[in-house]
Ligand binder design. Structure first.
Ligand code: GLA
Length: 384
């Protein structure tokens, strides 16, 4: 949906006087999955798809929100006791509350929003929504005084405190800091980051959406995080300086093998290896060594499937299809349990890979995967 369409809907619902229009993107992640909450590295980029919202302060202490895509309304006050019921409205409410906790006097507003990030496809539609409102509220009610990292943390805290997902910082960071044409390597411990221009000559980056949505994804996600914390606590007994799995080595983990469950061991093993893979991929990219980039992506998929256990039959199948078609790199992207694979594909293999995979997937699962060509776009901004 374009900003003109959002404006039309806003005008229909809330009258002629225009508000300001803001947008924030979803994200991809080339490599570095489930590493963010372990103090490790991630390597995301914003995409050219996201959320657009028009917002106008309404002089009251209530928010009136309209979700254009769902054709649903919600109205809520801004105190903790007035949380709305609708899932999507809780994101907006959560952002208002988190901004308020940071000293911003958020007032009532009218708003309509729409998105073109597919929901639940692992491209972080929720971070796009949070970042849109965090960015807008910062401009409208705080003269822009909250810095960009804090805006990303507002989105993350919204997930923790109002949605129930103990996520890391990657999605909101990418949505706020994204830059067209660049991926960003973020050190999630120090929060240092570096832009890497990404234009792999002769290759395309394409997402294949399994169209699987796992209902229990958030509790399974939180459980993975607990496993990592258990492993850290065990390692800490021998190595007090280890604060995150980022600080641990495989030797340290081996030393506590009998002290933790097999499952927790596997989770931690995956994370320790994955953190190193991000660094390896960045090094490989700098010398245009796409073979290594691709190989690391396959290793990540294997780890996410067999050690971290956040893949599913459909995603494993898509990964196998990529391998069989000779695709350079492929893996499940994002939190897992459904959503997309991200594929680095040589131009000349692209058509064949896509058509063969769609046909094979349809035959096996009775429905077609969706195909999204990735364009790396800009982060949160005001459009009008
Ligand atoms: C979700 C979370 C992120 C990150 C990824 C996995 O997208 O929101 O913080 O942990 O999963 O890398």
């Amino acid at each position: 949906m374009k900003k003109e369409d959002v404006r039309k809907h806003f005008e229909n619902k809330f009258g002629k006087e225009p508000g300001l229009v803001y947008a924030s993107p979803g994200r991809i992640n080339l490599i570095g999955e489930h590493t963010d909450y372990n103090g490790g590295f991630v390597f995301p980029g914003a995409i050219d798809k996201g959320m657009i919202a028009e917002i106008r302060p309404n002089g009251t202490d209530r928010v009136k929100a309209y979700a254009i895509d769902l054709d649903e309304h919600a109205e809520f006050g801004l105190t903790e006791a007035e949380a709305p019921k609708a899932n999507w409205a809780r994101y907006i409410f959560g952002v208002c509350r988190e901004m308020n906790k940071r000293g911003v006097e958020v007032k009532g507003f009218d708003t309509a929003f729409a998105g073109d990030v597919p929901l639940g496809a692992g491209m972080s539609s929720s971070a796009a929504l949070e970042s849109t409102y965090a960015f807008a509220i910062n401009e409208l009610f705080a003269d822009g005084k909250i810095d960009k990292f804090e805006l990303a943390k507002v989105g993350q805290a919204t997930e923790h405190n109002y949605v129930g997902v103990n996520c890391g910082i990657m999605d909101q960071f990418a949505s706020i800091f994204g830059k067209a044409g660049s991926l960003i390597r973020l050190d999630c411990r120090s929060l240092e980051y570096e832009y890497f221009p990404f234009d792999p000559k002769g290759y395309k980056l394409v997402l294949l959406d399994s169209v699987v949505k796992h209902e229990l994804a958030s509790s399974a996600y939180n459980k993975r995080r607990e496993s990592c914390e258990t492993a850290v606590a065990a390692i800490q007994k021998n190595h007090p300086h280890v604060e995150f799995l980022r600080d641990a080595t495989m030797e340290m983990l081996e030393d506590v093998k009998t002290k933790i469950s097999e499952e927790d061991f596997m989770r931690a093993e995956y994370v320790i290896e994955e953190i190193q893979r991000v660094l390896d991929v960045c090094d490989a990219l700098e010398i245009a060594d796409y073979k290594t980039v691709g190989q690391k992506m396959y290793e990540t998929h294997h780890g996410m499937s067999k050690l971290y256990e956040v893949s599913c039959d459909e995603l494993d199948f898509l990964n196998d299809c990529a391998k069989e078609s000779g695709v350079c790199g492929s893996r499940v992207m994002g939190g897992g349990f459904g959503g997309c694979t991200i594929n680095l594909v040589k131009d000349e293999l692209y058509e064949n890979f896509i058509s063969k995979t769609i046909a094979a997937y349809k035959e096996k699962f009775g429905r077609e995967p969706k195909v999204y060509d990735v364009v790396i776009g800009d982060g949160a901004r005001r459009l009008a």
